[in-house]
Design a protein around this ligand. Structure first.
Ligand code: PBG
Length: 341
């Protein structure tokens, strides 16, 4: 029997050798922690479908963000549970609502932290859609409703400007309206926030992985006459990858500073294709359903949850993501650095 000509195993013999030839790294400052800002004080309400995730009042957002910062996570993204919801989501641009308050508190209390905000209407509208609704057919009121793209753009601009006014370091629109990056860029510039970058949820898919998030943010579409039952009319079809490149091309042309693919793991082919074609920083959103699956399997003793979390995030990096949004950011950071809470 001849000897093998090549022996890749030679470089796998010890951890030091493996470390020497390792192609991809994962570090705490690659991670962005999502936080849910809620009204009240000393509120820390667990989200049932997401172990370790809470709805937090502003004081608790600060405590959670400080702990994340101490663990090495340098960035958070805020979602809001508002004090009120209505048809046009007016609480989204109310400077007194939890997200705006949380941004101000974080900029004061954890000054080194990058504070991002999610810009979308679904948390603020009473029907739970990512924009305002209008009759699907012009001149036929009372029939089926659809999300009104251009009317929504104006509201998203107000929301983003309100976040910037509070001190947000980055705004991240997740609504999937056409033309939103251009509208936000113009609106921010006009309001004097030309230095606030936009991280675009460029390729956001209408899949089934967002369920636990909608529990956390109380943002699921509400059942009602004419109200679309899902987000397929504006988020992307999971079958499409070329269309993601088109979405990215539009966002880049409109002035996006960073790009994102969401969800992460089932869409890593999309991450790779964008990485190969564009030079902007690229994020992958390891979404609520992906996180919940790891936690559920780990609780059952079916997988080693810590190792699966780190492997998952590393694979996002290998596919080409510079940054990863994950509910496991603090856990992962502590595992990576050996730091304990
Ligand atoms: C808001 C938004 C959603 C998520 C991020 N921003 C929910 C949705 O589109 O329904 C989902 C994040 C997650 O599942 O972790 N539009």
């Amino acid at each position: 029997m001849p000897f093998p000509q090549e022996r890749p195993r030679r470089l796998r013999r010890t951890e030091a050798l493996r470390g020497l030839v390792r192609e991809t790294t994962l570090a705490p400052d690659d991670l962005i922690l999502p936080l849910f800002a809620a009204p009240g004080q000393k509120v820390r309400r667990p989200v049932g479908s997401m172990p370790g995730v809470f709805q937090l009042s502003v004081d608790e957002v600060v405590a959670e963000a400080q702990a994340a910062y101490d663990a090495g996570v340098r960035s958070v993204i805020l979602f809001g549970i508002p004090t009120r919801k209505d048809a046009t989501g007016t609480s989204a641009w109310d400077d007194a609502e939890p997200v705006q308050q949380a941004v101000r508190a974080l900029k004061e209390r954890v000054p080194g932290l990058v504070v991002m905000t999610d810009v979308c209407m679904c948390e603020y509208t009473d029907h739970g859609h990512c924009g305002v609704l209008k009759p699907a057919k012009v001149g036929a009121p009372g029939s089926e409703l659809v999300v009104d793209n251009d009317a929504t753009l104006e509201l998203l601009v107000k929301e983003a400007v309100s976040h910037a006014r509070a001190g947000a370091d980055v705004v991240a629109p997740s609504d999937m309206m056409d033309g939103r990056i251009g509208a936000l860029r113009a609106g921010l510039d006009q309001a004097g926030f030309d230095d606030v970058p936009i991280m675009s949820y460029a390729a956001k898919y209408a899949g089934a992985f967002y369920g636990p998030f909608r529990d956390a943010a109380e943002s699921a579409p509400v059942a009602g006459a004419g109200i679309p039952k899902d987000r397929k009319g504006y988020q992307m079809d999971p079958a499409n990858a070329r269309e993601a490149l088109r979405e990215v091309a539009l966002d880049v042309a409109e002035g996006a500073d960073m790009l994102m693919v969401k969800p992460a793991v089932p869409y890593l082919d999309v991450v790779r294709q964008i990485r190969d074609r564009y030079d902007l920083p690229l994020a992958a959103y390891h979404v609520s359903g992906e996180y919940a699956m790891i936690k559920a399997a780990a609780r059952n003793g079916w997988i080693d949850g810590e190792r699966v979390l780190l492997e998952t995030l590393l694979c996002c990096r290998r596919a080409g993501a510079d940054l990863i949004l994950t509910y496991g950011a603090v856990e992962a950071a502590r595992l990576l650095t050996g730091r304990r809470p």
